[in-house]
Ligand binder design. Sequence first.
Ligand code: NAP
Length: 263
Amino acid sequence: MQGKVALVLGVANKWSIAYAIAQAFIREGAQVILTYQGERQKQTVEELAAELKASLTLPCDVTQDAQLDALANELKGRGTVLNAVVHSIAFANREDLSRPFVETSRAGFALAQDVSAYSLVAVARATASLMAAPGEGGGSIMTLTYLGSTRVVEHYNVMGVAKASLEASVRYLAADLGGSNIRVNAISAGAVKTTSARGIRDFTKMLEGGAKLAPLRRNTDPAEVADTAVFLASDLGRGVTGNVIYVDAGVQIMGFALPALTP
Ligand code: NAP
């Protein structure tokens, strides 16, 4: 990724999947720009950026079109040409991740869709014109998704529906932006202990069960997710668009396994 520039949205702390991705991009020689959601996170993300040797940090709450426009204008003003954009963002109300899905409120459903799915469309629209020209490699946009989009995963609820919408958005965006040589993909990561994941009821049990169920007999390492992000952002991934790539130690192929069902 030498000479490439990547915008990474969704670093909250060292456990964030986006942090592992930024680390891998920098390891591979890319220049990385991080964003933070609001003043609350500014100092933390600036400290993480300094540690990572990221080149710039900028504010961006993805629910605010004005902030997305300001981000794009700031990058344009600096003459930045992007080669990759990582969207590693999701949110749902905690109560919608614990009570039965049938009790999801209209507002909770809309909020999860807005932050976790629509924001990819908004980010793609804001950044597409900043991407390298089609003949110069174009660009690669990627997002993070989870198996709960296509299978029922207990307690994942409204977020599973948002991830289904996110994955469909990946396909429509890939079709729209392919003419500009911009690729759009999703990485479906296995369960990783992060701040967001801890909002899911019984997440520790999910981790334990997942490790037993996985063909590789273990959980997913965020570094493995990050290496797939490197593949998608680099020229190695130049023929891949509109895909959902599973990096989950193989969990998604399993029906059920007796060791996972026995305590
Ligand atoms: P994380 O560290 O908590 O990252 C989530 C990020 O989303 C945080 O940086 C958060 O910022 C940001 N965010 C939320 N609302 C935002 C908004 N309105 N504007 C801008 N940023 C906003 O958790 P993570 O697990 O790494 O999650 C990253 C992605 O991976 C998510 O899409 C998640 O669904 C996906 N994923 C996670 C797992 C897993 O098991 N952990 C598995 C598969 C997929 P603040 O901290 O400032 O709120």
